[in-house]
Design a binder for this molecule. Structure first.
Ligand SMILES: Cc1cc2nc3c(=O)[nH]c(=O)nc-3n(C[C@H](O)[C@H](O)[C@H](O)COP(=O)(O)OP(=O)(O)OC[C@H]3O[C@@H](n4cnc5c(N)ncnc54)[C@H](O)[C@@H]3O)c2cc1C
Ligand SMILES: NC(=O)c1ccc[n+]([C@@H]2O[C@H](COP(=O)([O-])OP(=O)(O)OC[C@H]3O[C@@H](n4cnc5c(N)ncnc54)[C@H](O)[C@@H]3O)[C@@H](O)[C@H]2O)c1
Length: 484
């Protein structure tokens, strides 16, 4: 190793980890280490570019629906290069700006390389073969996750994309194979199908979005199946061709599918294996996630972790909230020492909402009905309202082949004993927005009784579907015979 440098604070991972350093850290020596671009997954290859791709996809989908609504519109294949350049141009600029800002600060050193532990609070940082020994008083691991690549015969030879690469393709694929029916696979299937690619999506489970409430997963799967080729309960056993030629997927039902680009979206794994954590005395769980306590402290003294590296809820708003907890507590540890935790922040992963930006959108907070029944048995009460049964639903009717039901619903799950919501599930236009009053009800532990009538809901807005679902739940809670 060529050099040794000591810092008050070292941060590995410039995604949410980078948000920790603000003006309160000006009197401390800080190092930020990242092997990739600043901003991490969300900015460079996750939430932000994917949603920038979803917006034109939604526009194309809405235009295609024009025919059913009396305004026929022609939608040709998308101009991929223009869309890609808009997305990539914006995120690359932002990543570069973020890095420059840190590099220009006198008290911060930026390392564009890979870190691994060589001892407690000691790292070897490899920047293009030049290794620096870096030690720290406090060390934050915000190292995130990366896509899982399955061990399928022929895959490496044929070549494949993941969410890390597919958003920078040279051209729109004529035929896209998507393996995986979770968040990434479903959002990107929506994007490419809307742009004009022929999409085949292969999912091992019974439904797409199988982590959602089963009613939502079923509804979404049926909607997706109207728009692209969905193969459920199916896995890829072998891949052949590729390397510049079409790729053939051999499926376990005996069929084959030929595609031009293959996208793998079967989940993500923590990057903790890159860090030699055992040398730092840092424990991980069976899934490779760094084990943290309620203050986001890892098992080794002076080490912290946040976001996807340690969380079982790998979402950006969770990573950012974890980072706020770490920021507060690290500052206390740096100024007052780590002995007394009075006044430290505690992380709270209660009532975390999530949304899938597909068409239709899906959103959720809390337990599914099945999870609630497993935990609470007969105490569970369900309320529901269909989008088709509110005034705005009449405007939306025809969304999916004129099937009113298909425009979506809000399903609420509560406990009779407490009168509180334990889960909310939406499949509807702008579900990611509609869910927020329900998140508030759960986060603030508001009783369901009286909630719908405690405020006005704009008529005839889509929010009336949430109002009516709450009314339905309230009457189910009030009815002792209603076992939903
Ligand atoms: C396609 C896609 C879409 C998504 N959409 C959404 C969404 O809409 N909403 C949402 O809430 N979430 C979304 N997510 C999830 C979201 O991106 C993550 O939850 C979030 O980025 C996690 O932030 P993080 O800071 O914990 O980790 P990351 O952003 O992954 O940052 C980790 C950083 O650590 C660096 N690193 C790792 N190991 C080392 C090492 N040994 N040395 C040096 N550097 C290292 C990596 O290069 C990386 O920059 C999406 C994810 C994907 C893949
Ligand atoms: N809108 C959002 O908030 C958003 C968007 C994208 C990603 N993310 C985050 O990224 C994480 C990873 O997303 P993801 O979609 O990669 O994972 P996921 O866990 O959501 O879905 C993976 C899917 O692949 C299926 N699968 C696994 N192995 C398979 C195989 N061999 N063949 C066929 N199907 C297989 C699984 O049954 C599952 O449905 C999510 O958990 C989420 O936290 C969030």
């Amino acid at each position: 190793m060529s050099d040794h440098r000591h810092y008050d604070l070292v941060i590995v991972g410039a995604g949410s980890g980078n948000t920790i350093v603000d003006e309160r850290f000006e009197d401390f020596r800080v190092a930020v280490i990242d092997k990739g671009p600043f901003g991490g997954t969300c900015l460079n290859r996750g939430c932000i570019p994917s949603k920038m791709y979803v917006l034109p996809a939604d526009t194309a989908t809405a235009a295609r629906r024009g025919e059913a609504l009396g305004v026929p519109a022609e939608v040709g294949p998308a101009d991929w290069a223009r869309i890609r350049d808009r997305v990539v141009g914006r995120v690359d600029e932002q990543a570069e700006e973020g890095r420059r800002g840190r590099e220009e600060a006198d008290h911060i050193d930026v390392y564009r390389g890979t870190a691994r532990f060589t001892g407690p609070l000691e790292l070897a940082v490899d920047v293009d073969g030049e290794v620096t020994r870096v030690t720290a008083d406090q060390l934050v691991l915000a190292s995130g996750t990366r896509p899982v690549v399955p061990d399928i015969p022929g895959l490496e030879e044929a070549g494949y994309e993941t969410s890390d690469t597919v958003m920078r393709l040279d051209a729109l694929p004529r035929r896209l194979g998507v393996v995986g029916g979770g968040y990434v696979g479903s959002e990107l299937a929506h994007v490419f199908a809307s742009y004009g690619s022929q999409v085949v999506q292969v999912e091992a489970g019974e439904h797409l979005l199988g982590d959602q409430d089963v009613d939502v997963a079923r509804h979404f799967t049926a909607a997706a199946d109207e728009r692209w080729d969905v193969r459920l309960g199916t896995e890829v056993t072998e891949v052949s061709g590729g390397a510049g030629e079409p790729t053939t997927l051999h499926l376990d039902d005996g069929s084959t599918v030929e595609v031009d680009v293959l996208l793998l979206a079967i989940g993500r794994r923590p990057n903790s294996d890159l860090l030699d954590l055992a040398h730092g005395g840092v424990d991980v769980d069976d899934a490779g996630r760094i084990v943290v306590d309620e203050h986001q402290r890892a098992s080794a003294a002076g080490v912290w972790s946040l976001g996807d590296a340690s969380s079982d809820v790998p979402l950006k708003h969770v990573a950012n909230q974890d980072a706020r907890v770490v920021q507060h507590n690290v500052l206390r540890a740096l100024t007052d020492g780590a002995g007394d935790t009075a006044g430290w922040k505690v992380s709270d992963h209660h009532a975390v909402p999530q949304a899938v930006f597909t068409h239709p959108q899906v959103a959720r907070v809390g337990l599914t009905e099945a999870e609630a029944r497993e935990e609470h048995g007969d105490d569970v009460v369900v309320g529901r309202h269909d989008v088709a049964d509110i005034a705005y639903g009449w405007a939306l009717a025809g969304e999916l082949d004129g099937d009113g039901e298909a425009t979506g619903f809000v399903k609420l799950v509560a406990l009779r004993s407490t009168g509180r919501l334990v889960g909310a599930h939406l499949v509807a236009p702008v579900a990611s927005v509609l869910v927020q009053p329900l998140v508030m009800a759960m986060a603030h532990d508001l009783p369901v009784a009286g909630l719908a009538r405690s405020m006005y809901w704009i008529h005839p807005a889509l929010t009336e579907v949430v109002e009516n679902a709450l009314v339905s739940l309230e009457s189910a809670l009030a009815d002792p015979d209603d076992a939903a």
